[in-house]
Design a binder for this molecule. Sequence first.
Ligand code: SAM
Length: 393
Amino acid sequence: MFQAVKSLPEPDADAKKHSHRLTEVIREEIDAAGGSIGFDRYMELALYRPGLGYYSAGAGKFGKFGDFVTAPEVSALFSQCLARQCISILNAIPQGNILELGAGTGVMAAQILETLADQGLLPPRYYILELSAELRQRQAETLQRRVPQWYERVCWLSALPQGGFRGVVLANELLDAMPVHCFYLHEGCVFERRVGVSNRGRLVWTKREAATALRARVEHLCGQLPQALPTGYHSEVNLRLDPWFKALGKAMEQVVMILIDYGYPRREYYHPQRIQGTLLCHYRHLAHEDPFFYPGLQDISANVDFTAVAQAGVESGLQLLGYTTQAHFLLASGLDEIFSEVLDEGLRLEYSQQIKRLTLPSEMGERFQVIALGKRFDAPIPGFGLRDLRIRL
Ligand SMILES: C[S@@+](CC[C@H](N)C(=O)[O-])C[C@H]1O[C@@H](n2cnc3c(N)ncnc32)[C@H](O)[C@@H]1O
C-alpha cells in the first residue's frame, strides 16, 4: 500500500515560505533548549503548532488532492459499519452520546449521523474533540453541508469531559498522529534520537543517551519480547499514551471506545527485522521516511503498538473488549449485508472497489487493526464477533 520513493515533488513558492516560517520556529526552540529537542516535541510542532503545523494550517491533507486517504474518505461503507456498532452499543447505554476524537474533514461524523438518522436512532449529542482549529472549521462546513438538519446535535469540545461521559468514543487514525519518542539501541544502551540543527542550518537527527523515563520504557518493552533486538535497532515509543488514557479513563463513566489505526501487536512491532522503525511520512500520496522534508507540508506518523494501547487503557481502568483486523471488523459489522441492499448497478461497482480497498490484506484489511476498550460494558460488540485477536497483544 505504501510506496517508498526516492524523490518527492517540489512544493510551490508559497508552500516553501510557509514551511520556512515553521522551520524557523522549530530552530528557535532547538536553540533555546540548548541544541536539540525530542522527536516527540518536533512532531508536535510540525503537526500541531497553531497556524503553522501540518494539521493546524491550510494544507489539503485528506483525499485525492491532499497527501493521504483515510478509510472514511475511501468509502461511506466504513462509517456505516461503525454506525451499526454505535447502534448496538447505545442500545445498552440508553441516552448515551458519541464522541469522536480527531475527526479530520468531518466526513465520518456526517456519514454516521446520516446512518443513525435513517434508522431513527440519533444520539442526543455527537461530540467532536479536535486539536486543530483549521480542521474544526472544516468539520463544521462538512456537517453544515451534509447534515444541516442534525447540525445542532454536533458539539465541539476543547478538552475531554471532566467525567461522566456515557456512550461511544470513536477515533480513526488518531493514534498514529500522536507524537512519539525515537530511540536506537547500541551495545546494550538506549539512545534517544533527537532533532538538532546542522552547521548549514538544516534540521538533522542528533542523539544522546536516553533519559530515565525513555530508557525504562524501552527496557521494559524489550523485556517483553520473545527475542533480543540487535544493536543498531531504531524504533519509536509513544510515552504520551499513558497520560492520554489516564485522562480518558477519568472522563468515562460507561463507555466503549473503538480505535482504528495501522500498527501491530508489540512482538510484531518490535520485530528484530523492523530495524529502521515505523516512522512514515506522506506527501502528495507518496510515502517516505524523511520527517524533515518541508516541515508543515507533510504528514508524519508512526505505527501503533496495540499492546501499549491495551496496557495503557487497562491501567487507566478500562477493560480490553476486542482486538481484530479492519477486514474482520467490517465484515462482522455487516459490510456484506449493507452491500447487498444496494441495488443501483453503478453504485455497486463503486462500492465493490471500495470494499476491496478497505478489506484486502494487501490494502487496508490487515495493516489496519481495531481495538475496543470499555468501562461498565459487558454486552458483546458485533464487530469483534468474527475473529478475536486479543491473545496476540
Ligand atoms: C490522520 S488524521 C485522521 C482524521 C480522521 N479521523 C480520518 O480518519 O479521516 C488525525 C486527526 O487527529 C487529530 N488529532 C491528533 N491528535 C489529537 C488529540 N490528541 N486529540 C484530538 N484530535 C487529535 C488531528 O488533528 C486530525 O484531525
